[in-house]
Design a binder for this molecule. Structure first.
Ligand code: PA5
Length: 433
């Protein structure tokens, strides 16, 4: 339906650097598809778009409709892979001031997030804000035991039970968790919440295409059929073993070329505020998948042109250990034409008749040129339009590239043993038995 584009200046690498890595990318492709690589019990996301439970998918749509009938506010409780994907899609595809719009205009529930940190201030303020609102909760935790969402859920569940009584609160709570295991599954069964399943073979950071992402996304009024159609197309297109025809594998290959050439940092760059959260999701995906065994590119972000006025100097003139991956949206969604003014006191008449998107596009082109000239290689991924279909395809593009890139790097891209270290110390300090 719609192709993503992938471009880079071929002068930034030598052809042997590209050719030398091709056999490794092909081997990674084969390992991933044959299920013979490290972490192979967590590759359920690979073909999820063709295997997912259609009955559950229909139930997600009904639950979203029920939430929108019952509530003005949906609070999504989760951390890491259990919230980043949903927030990315909702931010990207909704009005920039979605939660502030009047109900008649928005039509669907306002969406807030909780359980992604341990701040008493945040949760107190959230409780105050929802005091006179009608509320539903979607609590999301694969393990069902993660401290941050468990604390937020305990507090918010109690608030709902006080407000509505136990019986009505049950109707307003939706749990997304493992099919059998974990405290949240037990709690949901004991209380009779409607539940959705996070497949055992899909890790958190690869789970936006499962009920983890789909229920909040559908509740925000976003077309999850189109989103999954994009994922499905990505699944088919990016399984082509011919690397010269597969832009997803080219991206995986080039980031390893960059790493081997001494680049230590990859910056995900965007020029649309609604796309800013994509970088948060992407940073978790690549940081948690590749940062292990003393290896991995450090993933970070620039939201331009904002960050050109804070980090621009560092990128242009600092240590040459950085490359950038720009995510662009080719078509214009909404625009403003700059008008001619008689006195031109602000000196902007040279832009009269031009649009803000034209200015933004030239900011992108000028920055790319300056950074490439300054020896900061740029890779550019272009979405033709910012819609559910292409966002689904883009997210699959990054997930597939991550699996392949991790295997080329020689790590297990599907585990996260390092995340346990802080928890162990925190539990010791808290005296957890
Ligand atoms: O990608 C991951 O595995 C993590 O970010 C998890 O999603 C995160 O820690 C939340 O875990 P859970 O869904 O088990 O509460």
């Amino acid at each position: 339906m719609g192709k993503l584009e992938f471009n880079y200046d071929s002068a930034m690498i030598k052809s042997h650097e590209y050719e030398n890595l091709k056999p490794m990318v092909l081997a990674a492709h084969e390992q991933l598809h044959a299920g013979t690589g490290a972490g192979n019990d967590y590759i359920g996301w690979l073909d999820y778009a063709t295997t997912y439970d259609r009955e559950e998918f229909a139930r997600i749509k009904s639950a979203a409709a029920k939430i929108n009938e019952m509530a003005d506010v949906l609070i999504v409780i989760g951390i890491g892979g259990s919230y980043l994907g949903a927030k990315t899609v909702i931010d990207a595809l909704s009005h920039s001031f979605y939660n502030e719009l009047p109900k008649e205009r928005r039509k669907t529930a306002r969406i807030y997030f909780a359980g992604h940190q341990i701040s008493g201030t945040y949760l107190t303020d959230l409780l105050e804000m929802i005091e006179h609102e009608s509320v539903c909760l979607n609590v999301i935790s694969k393990s069902g035991t993660t401290t941050e969402p468990a604390i937020a859920f305990r507090v918010l569940k109690n608030a709902l039970e006080k407000k509505y009584g136990k019986e009505e609160a049950v109707k307003r709570i939706f749990a997304t968790t493992d099919a059998k295991n974990g405290a949240l599954r037990q709690l949901a069964t004991a209380n009779g919440y409607e539940t959705f399943v996070i497949p055992a073979n899909v890790g958190g950071r690869y789970s936006v295409i499962t009920p983890v992402g789909l229920l909040p996304i559908a509740t925000a009024g976003i077309d999850i059929d189109a989103f999954m159609a994009g994922v499905t197309e990505g699944q088919a297109e990016y399984s082509n073993p011919n690397i010269d025809e597969n832009i997803c594998y080219q991206y995986a290959l080039l980031r390893n070329v960059m790493y081997n050439k001494g680049k230590a940092i990859e910056v995900l760059v965007n020029y649309e505020p609604s796309m800013a959260f994509l970088a948060e999701w992407w940073m978790q995906l690549y940081g948690e998948s590749e940062g292990k065994d003393g290896k991995g590119l450090f993933p970070t972000k620039m939201n331009n042109t904002t960050d050109l006025h804070s980090m621009g100097q560092m990128i242009q003139d600092g240590p040459r250990h950085v490359f950038e991956t720009v995510v662009r949206v080719a078509s214009v969604e909404k625009d403003i034409v700059l008008e001619l003014e008689d006195n031109d006191l602000d000196g902007l008449n040279y832009l009269a008749g031009k649009t803000m998107s034209y200015v933004n596009e030239n900011a992108f082109k000028g920055t790319l040129e300056a950074h490439v000239d300054g020896n900061v290689p740029n890779l550019v991924v272009t979405m033709p339009t910012k819609d559910a279909f292409h966002l689904g395809k883009l997210m699959y593009f990054f997930m597939k590239a991550c699996g392949v890139s991790g295997y080329v790097l020689g790590v297990n891209p599907f585990d996260q043993p390092g995340v346990e270290a802080y928890k162990k110390n925190m539990f010791r300090l808290l005296g957890k038995k």
